[in-house]
Design a protein around this ligand. Structure first.
Ligand SMILES: Cc1cc2nc3c(=O)[nH]c(=O)nc-3n(C[C@H](O)[C@H](O)[C@H](O)COP(=O)(O)OP(=O)(O)OC[C@H]3O[C@@H](n4cnc5c(N)ncnc54)[C@H](O)[C@@H]3O)c2cc1C
Length: 377
């Protein structure tokens, strides 16, 4: 099996990042080939919490804070267009979300964080529109919440979707737009040619593109290093569990527990630096269950039907990397740990900037040069 015909865009990695960008480029008329290794890779796109979330994002980088709110604002039209193209409803529910503080110390820290953010950027704080809710107020938007939970921060920008439906919708939309999808295609290396780029697999397959976009999750660092796209990325494991289906009730999503549109309660999630380890552990699952029961005591009657772990693709500052190679024009790398939230801007403004080669002007703050010492050119 050999693939050698050049295509304007070669994207390596069909997780949420690669799919969103392939969709964004193709809906602007670009021809795209999308390679994906598939089974065996630690795919965050398959195991995440499904939040579309602006709160708390980018408190240390204003460009990311703004981008996250832009992404939330763009989500409804993004979901509607995606549904029209793919026939898949991604289950987006906007209208606000609540980040819970499980004890008074956490509540104090949260209030202080937003006080600092408000002093630093009053315009951003006004746009974010966070309100602090005490336990009585929480009970109005989170019926059944336990009396021990002291505080939550609510923002109107936050929401959630069905992340597996999102992957499916992007996939179908890409196919409908003529994206050439090659599953089971693991790039072992990528070479710059006199004109364009070539990916190779251990099987000896080859795929070429005039322009190259690396969106291979944690493998982006390895593949990109020889091309000056070697952003420092690390794995942060998250463990989650889901309960059996329970009667649906109107509750806002929280990053700690949320009811899916099918009725199960998604509970999580941990942040663990354990390398590329996808195990679940009894101690962490017990901690998740304990916190979930403090939040919703009625879950004590619910059976857990599944638990899993997935790996976040994390940069040193937690903010996305949108990087254009200085040495090899036409080669780019995109990595982030909020690929659900950012899918709307990835398919929108980011795809437009890539197409017009405006990454360094429109998304300058996100260049990997901010980790200058780690970028191998
Ligand atoms: C526990 C957890 C909870 C999360 N919750 C949220 C949330 O609520 N909201 C939110 O916005 N984000 C969330 N995220 C983050 C979100 O899931 C990720 O940002 C997103 O999935 C990243 O997608 P990706 O495409 O970069 O990486 P991945 O999903 O890892 O995809 C990378 C793809 O590249 C392919 N690949 C890898 N190497 C190669 C290679 N050499 N050749 C070809 N293909 C290759 C893989 O097969 C894979 O399909 C969460 C993540 C985790 C782990």
């Amino acid at each position: 099996m050999s693939h050698s015909s050049p295509c304007p865009w070669l994207i390596v990695g069909a997780g949420l990042v690669g799919l969103s960008l392939a969709y964004g480029l193709a809906r602007r008329g670009a021809r795209v080939t999308l390679l994906d290794a598939g089974e065996g890779e630690p795919r965050a796109a398959q195991g995440n919490f499904g939040l579309v979330w602006g709160q708390g994002k980018g408190l240390g980088m204003s460009a990311y804070a703004d981008l996250s709110l832009d992404a939330c604002a763009d989500w409804r039209p993004f979901a509607e267009e995606l549904c029209a193209r793919s026939g898949v409803d991604v289950g987006y529910r906007g209208g606000g979300g609540v980040d819970l503080c499980l004890d008074h110390a956490e509540a104090e820290t949260r209030r202080e964080e937003y006080a600092v953010a408000t002093r630093a950027r009053p315009d951003y704080a006004a746009r974010l529109g966070v309100e602090f809710l005490d336990n009585r107020q929480l009970a109005e938007c989170l019926p059944g919440i336990g009396g021990e939970i002291p505080l939550g921060s609510w923002s109107p920008h936050d929401g959630a979707c069905d992340p597996l439906a999102l992957v499916q919708a992007l996939h179908l939309a890409c196919l409908s737009l003529g994206v050439e999808y090659r599953p089971g295609w693991r790039a072992s290396r990528i070479d710059a040619l006199a004109s364009g780029f070539e990916a190779r697999s251990v099987e000896g397959w080859r795929a070429r593109g005039e322009r190259l976009l690396l969106a291979a999750g944690l493998d982006t660092a390895r593949l990109g290093a020889p091309l000056g796209l070697g952003a420092p990325l690390s794995a942060v494991r998250g463990q989650l569990m889901v309960t059996e289906r329970i009667a649906l009730a109107p509750r806002l999503p929280t990053p700690q527990v949320r009811q899916t549109r099918h009725g199960g309660f998604l509970c999580g999630e941990t942040h663990e630096r354990v390398g590329r380890n996808l195990d679940t552990t009894p101690s962490m699952l017990t901690a998740i269950a304990r916190d979930s029961l403090r939040i919703y005591p009625f879950l004590s009657a619910a059976r857990v039907v599944r638990a899993w772990a997935a790996l976040r693709v994390m940069t040193p500052d937690g903010c996305p990397v949108y990087h254009a190679s200085a040495r090899y024009p036409g080669a780019y790398a995109v990595s982030c740990h909020s690929g659900v939230t950012l899918a709307s801007v990835h398919a929108g403004r980011l795809a437009g900037a890539l197409l017009d080669d405006r990454l360094e002007t429109d998304f300058a703050a996100f260049s990997a040069t901010r980790f200058a010492l780690a970028v191998t050119a």
